[in-house]
Design a protein around this ligand. Sequence first.
Ligand code: ADP
Ligand code: PAZ
Ligand code: K
Length: 241
Amino acid sequence: MILELDVGNSWIKWRVLDDKRGVIVTGRAASLAELEGQLSGSAASFVDCRVCAVQSALSNAEHYAGVLRQYVSGRLVFAASGEHLAGVQNSYAEPARLGVDRWLAMAAGYSRVRGACMIIDAGTAITVDYVRDDGLHLGGLIAPGYQQMKKTLVGSTGLVVSDEFLAGPQTCTANCVAAGVETMLSGFMKQVHDDGLVRLGQRARFLVSGGDALLVQRHIESCEVMDDLVFAGLALACPFE
Ligand SMILES: Nc1ncnc2c1ncn2[C@@H]1O[C@H](COP(=O)(O)OP(=O)(O)O)[C@@H](O)[C@H]1O
Ligand SMILES: CC(C)(COP(=O)(O)O)[C@@H](O)C(=O)NCCC(=O)O
Ligand SMILES: [K+]
């Protein structure tokens, strides 16, 4: 059995694969302590484990490794961004500095569509990565995520915000804030979509992942939601063959 972890800034997503690489359990934890509760509750032990951790969590990698070691008898690997993976070429001058979650999602997305694609991951941050038809990464964008946009405004002004999805002018504070954030997201997505088609060509595919993927889909109708890109990328980077 293989334990796979996708550690983001808001959630730790995890899943377990059986010996035939089929997914047998998936889960989500808000913290390492919660994850530990979930793993010990399952009373499972895993042979190997592969981890994708965003930069903020990597600074805590030893602590993660110490906790995970209790459940993992074999290999325990933290994936890292490199120069090439599955036909994708990293554009960063220092390839290791590219977020490994972005890197794995790009490799998995490009492997699947075998052509120009834009990878949009809507989580704590919204990241956008451009991958050309020949696999060259043209670079990307990092913007505040949907909840961050709301939190920042509400936190710094004390305003309230409604949870509804609203467009156009509104007539109470909570709805004005909700519609304002939605309009920012919609304008950003329209710009990203148009720019993707210009830079990557009209046949480019738009692949979307992350907790807010469905919000992105509201604005880019032609996009394809692929929730497992980071996990699929982990298998490419750390195949455990
Ligand atoms: N049931 C849910 N509980 C909490 N957040 C959710 C839920 N469904 C969607 N979300 C959204 O998912 C976002 C986090 O997405 P995720 O991809 O897990 O982020 P990260 O990779 O940064 O940890 C939150 O900002 C929130 O808007
Ligand atoms: C940009 C990110 C913080 C996104 O994290 P997420 O929203 O998935 O939690 C992550 O990819 C990261 O830590 N990147 C390192 C910096 C970079 O990619 O340039
Ligand atoms: K993200």
